[in-house]
Structure formats: C-alpha cells, structure tokens
Design a protein around this ligand. Structure first.
Ligand SMILES: [Zn+2]
Ligand SMILES: [Zn+2]
Length: 254
C-alpha cells in the first residue's frame, strides 16, 4: 500500500513538474501510467535518446582504472594512464565513460544538489554487471569529503553513490564510512601534479573507532576516476589499517 502511495505521489509530482532530461533538457517520457512494472526501475531524468548515448564499459578493460580497451588486447592489462600509479588496491572497475549524459548526471548530483538523479545513477549501475559482480557482498567505503566541504555541500555524493550501489548489488553488500579526510584539499587544483600528489599522501586517516576485518572484501567508491591519486591515497590508508582484499569502483571514468 505504501509503495502504491509512493508511486502515486511520484506520479503527481511528475504531473506538476514534468521531468526534463538533465543532459539535453528534453521532456522525459515517463512510463508511470503504462508499462511501469512497479519496481521503480527505468530512467527518469535522462530522455530515451540520451540513454542510448551512455557509454557503458564492457570488458576487456584496464584492471586498475576500468577504462575499456578497444580492439584486440595483447600483453599489458593496465592502460597508459595508470602506468605511473603504483596502485595500493587490486582491481578497479567503472560503469560508464564520463561523457555526455553520464557527465550530466554526476554534475547534477555533485554541484546542483540534484539528489533525485540518484535513481538514474542506480539504473546505470544495475545495467553494469561487471561492476555489480565485483561489488556483491563487499563492504563499500566511500571516499570522504573534508568536514568543511561536507558542511558546504550538505552531503557526500560518494556516500550516496555507495548506498545505491549496495542496493543494486544486494546480497549483504553494505556501506561503512571507514575513512575521513584530514587535509582540506580546497586549493589542490592550483598546484601542479607533483605537489598535489604530495599533499594527497597524508590527506586521509581512519575514521574514529573504525576497525577493519582482514577477512572482509573492501571496495573504495567514488563518483569519477580521473588520475586515481585520491583513490590510491585512500587505498594506502586502508591497507595500513589491515585491508587485505581491496578494490575500487567508480561510477564514471573521465
Ligand atoms: Zn536527453
Ligand atoms: Zn587504467
């Protein structure tokens, strides 16, 4: 009954505010009246045309960052971008390329308080079997924001992303905020890569009272994989705290 009411309420809000596509602003045809299976799945904030433009990652891909390899892969399983990374984690996977509609979803979520697009983020993840397969049953650790930034934004998108990922994966997958960011990296973009890396090195610490179980599978979660240096810094902290099985998942690769 409650689910029915929720669907009704959602239907009403969509009548009052017809959803527009976050990427191209076209009206999104919802399937609320006909064809909705009632499980709440399907895209609500991307139009059908933009959904077809999502670039889903398919294996084979770089084992460190998840970027797809095109054509025939011989030899190395790590892409050029990851060569200098020395990852402290084992494997990295990503759902989509950080382009077009996927980029629009992330920007809406991160900078425009567009928490409603999480439903579409979840839908993307549900269509990414190689990500869900790695995530299933693991303990998801979101990349933390510095307290100042978290206050400013009001939420940490990596936490919200980890939550929808845990829901999509099911099978006891859970979220534990085991890390905190101790260095405010506000002005990071002003530094060159070398300085940024040095600053990032000690930017993270274990959250108060956090403990790790060496038998658990831990998975760092972030919205976008760019250089991988933030994720790697988090990974080093978890390794020092005793994580033996540690992988990385990002929503998009950019
Ligand atoms: Zn669109
Ligand atoms: Zn790579």
């Amino acid at each position: 009954m409650r689910a029915l009411l929720r669907r009704f309420a959602r239907g009403m809000s969509e009548v009052a505010f017809p959803p527009s596509c976050v990427h191209c602003r076209a009206l999104v045809e919802t399937t609320i009246a006909i064809g909705d299976t009632g499980d709440g799945r399907g895209f609500r904030h991307l139009c059908a045309r933009c959904v077809t433009q999502l670039e889903f990652v398919q294996p084979p891909h770089c084992t460190t960052c998840g970027h797809p390899f095109y054509g025939i892969v011989e030899g190395g399983r790590r892409c050029e971008k990851c060569e200098g990374l020395e990852p402290a984690f084992c494997e990295g996977r990503t759902a989509v390329l950080f382009k077009g509609p996927a980029r629009a979803l992330v920007i809406e979520l991160k900078y425009h308080r567009g928490l409603h697009v999480l439903a579409d983020v979840e839908e993307v993840l549900r269509r990414s079997p190689h990500v869900l397969e790695l995530v299933r049953g693991a303990t998801l650790v979101p990349v933390p924001l510095h307290a100042r930034k978290a206050r400013e934004r009001g939420y940490n998108q990596a936490v919200l992303l980890a939550e929808v990922l845990a829901r999509a994966a099911g099978a006891g997958t859970r979220v534990e905020a085991l890390l905190r960011r101790v260095v405010d990296t506000k002005t990071q973009t002003a530094f060159d890569r070398r300085t940024r890396m040095a600053n990032l090195k000690n930017a993270f610490a274990l959250a108060p009272r956090a403990t790790l179980n060496p038998d658990h599978h831990y998975l760092l979660v972030d919205d976008v994989f760019t250089t991988g240096s933030t994720l790697n810094s988090c990974a080093r902290t978890l390794r020092r705290a005793g994580a033996l099985r540690l992988d990385v998942v990002t929503f998009a690769h950019g």
